[in-house]
Design a protein around this ligand. Structure first.
Ligand SMILES: *[C@@H]1O[C@H](CO)[C@@H](O)[C@H](O)[C@H]1NC(C)=O
Ligand SMILES: *[C@@H]1O[C@H](CO)[C@@H](O)[C@H](O)[C@H]1NC(C)=O
Ligand SMILES: *[C@@H]1O[C@H](CO)[C@@H](O)[C@H](O)[C@H]1NC(C)=O
Ligand SMILES: *[C@@H]1O[C@H](CO)[C@@H](O)[C@H](O)[C@H]1NC(C)=O
Ligand SMILES: *[C@@H]1O[C@H](CO)[C@@H](O)[C@H](O)[C@H]1NC(C)=O
Ligand SMILES: *[C@@H]1O[C@H](CO)[C@@H](O)[C@H](O)[C@H]1NC(C)=O
Length: 404
């Protein structure tokens, strides 16, 4: 089985998929103030039930379910759904013969379809959301790019979202998701896992055609119970890349990664947030006023006289290696806040064989509060390796954590 995406928005554990259709629909009707004339009160879409679909309504309340009993041509669905621009409730396409989702009709001016995904119920946790599972003939879900997903802002409940085991979608090159831009209006992902839970919130894996994340409006990722927020990016297209902005967002939001199978996106920019970005060739040719660095920074025994150039650096997109130096400390990294390394063959930080090194203090490198590790993104499994620095102050907390 191949998963395309398995993404929970506003997830709440443990999962319990609701099975009581009429209870669920009643909740939607009550909480969303649905007009009964515009409510589709049937648990599946078939040639029999479709007669009762409220064809003249723009806002339809329903748990619209397409399954193995769905025996309607997509052209017929297109006709029936012509007026519907807002779906309030849930959408399930499971075990069906459907080939394309283009039977939804977009609002002309905005080119969008609105999905008000709100499925909360007090005390019982239950899930409807959007589910596209086990559809062996489905090959076109492009319309999801025009879906606007809405979730009640005050709600701590969840809008689960899953697309998995749709064989054609997984294997047909031209229709496989190249990015997640169908969720481009998504601003916020909240989880509710807590401090000891290491559940992955955003799990994107085995999407061999995925080259970009494409969640361009994403601003906030956090756990409402102050736990860690895990993302997994695994087995994507070999050119899958993250932009500097995305990496900075992950830093600001303190995201942790199980896997980060990604490169830096090729970009020619010279500034980030109005501050200077420099590519590292060597320290002697590096400008002395760089705020962001791209590349692998090696500080060896001969680099001592250039270290002043690193004083302004806030972020390093690359690896840091300090080796064979006569340095006693690392004060020249006074402003360094963040390292994001996407090199899978080296740890993000390697400090080795510095005979005189007493202090390895990176005063502004942020510590991640839930796990108390220094916040470094590392594609290599070891984020930090410190070895063979004989006089490194042994009571230094940061060193003790990584001592080898
Ligand atoms: C749906 O129909 C059933 C049976 O006619 C009825 O009991 C139920 O109240 C209806 N639900 C809604 C939300 O209108
Ligand atoms: C779905 O496709 C299968 C295989 O082609 C067929 O046997 C089945 O009758 C179809 N189901 C419906 C509801 O059309
Ligand atoms: C998908 O198919 C598997 C295997 O046939 C089944 O166990 C699972 O319940 C199906 N999922 C859905 C949502 O129907
Ligand atoms: C995937 O979906 C197909 C039907 O499309 C089903 O026969 C198969 O059992 C499913 N596999 C899993 C692992 O759910
Ligand atoms: C993908 O699309 C191109 C041109 O649009 C076509 O030549 C190619 O055969 C398609 N590939 C697949 C696997 O459908
Ligand atoms: C990782 O670093 C090594 C040595 O610094 C370099 O040769 C290699 O190209 C880098 N790999 C990537 C994917 O950047």
């Amino acid at each position: 089985m191949k998963y395309i995406i398995f993404l929970y928005l506003f997830i709440l554990f443990p999962l319990k998929v609701s099975s009581d259709f009429s209870e669920d629909l009643k909740t939607i009707v009550n909480t969303k103030d649905c007009d009964w004339k515009c409510t589709f009160n049937y648990s599946e879409v078939t040639s029999k039930t479709i007669e009762y679909f409220p064809r003249n309504c723009e806002d339809v309340c329903a748990i619209l379910t397409f399954n193995s009993n769905t025996d309607l041509a997509e052209s017929e669905l297109k006709r029936v759904f012509k007026q519907m621009h807002y779906l309030i409730g849930g959408l399930r396409i499971e075990n069906s013969n459907i080939t394309s989702l283009s039977f939804f009709t977009l609002i002309k001016v905005y080119d969008t379809f609105n999905f008000i995904c709100d499925t909360c119920k007090l005390y019982h946790i239950y899930l409807i959301g959007l589910s596209i599972v086990n559809n062996s003939l489905l090959e076109d879900i492009a319309i999801l790019q025009n879906f606007q997903f809405w979730v009640t802002p005050h709600s701590a409940y969840e809008c689960p979202f899953q697309i998995l085991n749709n064989t054609k979608l997984d294997t047909t090159d031209n229709t496989t998701l190249k990015d997640m831009s169908f969720l481009k209006s998504l601003k916020e992902i909240r989880s509710k896992h807590g401090k000891i839970n290491r559940n992955v919130v955003l799990n994107i894996h085995d999407n061999y055609e995925m080259r970009r994340l494409g969640l361009d409006n994403l601003e906030e990722l956090y756990d409402v119970l102050f736990g860690p927020f895990f993302i997994n990016l695994e087995n994507l297209h070999p050119e899958f890349c993250l932009t500097f902005e995305e990496l900075l967002l992950f830093y600001e939001q303190r995201v942790l990664f199980n896997n980060i199978h990604a490169k830096y996106c090729p970009e020619s920019k010279k500034k980030i947030n109005g501050q200077k970005l420099c590519e590292i060739r060597s320290l002697d040719t590096l400008d002395s006023d760089c705020d962001y660095l791209l590349g692998d920074l090696v500080i060896d025994s001969y680099e001592g006289r250039y270290l002043y150039k690193l004083f302004n650096v806030i972020v390093l997109f690359g690896t840091l290696k300090i080796q064979y130096t006569k340095l006693e400390g690392t004060n020249f990294f006074y402003n360094l806040e963040y390292i994001a390394s996407l090199n899978d063959s080296h740890p993000a930080i390697l400090v080795r064989s510095n005979k005189y090194l007493k202090q390895l203090k990176l005063p502004n490198l942020k510590v991640d509060s839930p796990s108390l590790t220094i916040h470094v993104i590392s594609r290599h499994k070891d984020a930090v390796v410190i070895e063979d620095n004989p006089v490194l102050f042994s009571s230094n907390m940061e060193c003790l954590m990584y001592r080898i």
